[in-house]
Structures are given as structure tokens and as C-alpha cells.
Design a protein around this ligand. Structure first.
Ligand SMILES: [Zn+2]
Length: 74
């Protein structure tokens, strides 16, 4: 995972205003992962698959899954 940006005063999924780090990763199968990690512990993970479909997961810092979605390629 590569740190691509750090932003201050971002609104986390729980509503807190905290610092946020963004990471990016690509594996050998051209799968892209983008992760947003908030200082409070919330995180948002996005996967882009080689067929064009996208999955999105948002996890609250208490461990609750707020969003778990898969968008199929058009
Ligand atoms: Zn949080």
C-alpha cells in the first residue's frame, strides 16, 4: 500500500472531523484498491476490478459496516 495523500479536517463516516490518509495499491491482476483511513478508526475501502466493476466498503470505527456495495460493470 502506498500513501497517496494526507488531508486534515475531513469528515469521517461517523461524523467526526479528523485527519485522513489515502492509500492506493495495485496487485498483479490490475486490481486497484483505494483506502481512506480516518484518525478516529473509520475506513472506506474501494476496489476496482479488471472487468470494471467496483466495490465499496465503509466501516465505522466501532466496527459496524455502514456500506457494503458492489457496482457491476456496465
Ligand atoms: Zn469514526
Amino acid at each position: 500500500m502506498v500513501l497517496t495523500s494526507t488531508l486534515k479536517s475531513q469528515q469521517a463516516p461517523c461524523g467526526r472531523i479528523v485527519d485522513r490518509e489515502q492509500y492506493r495499491d495495485e496487485d498483479g491482476e490490475a486490481l486497484v484498491t483505494e483506502g481512506l483511513y480516518y484518525a478516529c478508526g473509520c475506513r472506506s475501502i474501494r476496489h476496482v476490478y479488471h472487468d470494471g466493476s467496483v466495490s465499496q466498503n465503509v466501516i465505522h470505527h466501532n466496527g459496524a459496516v455502514l456500506v457494503d456495495e458492489l457496482f457491476a460493470a456496465e
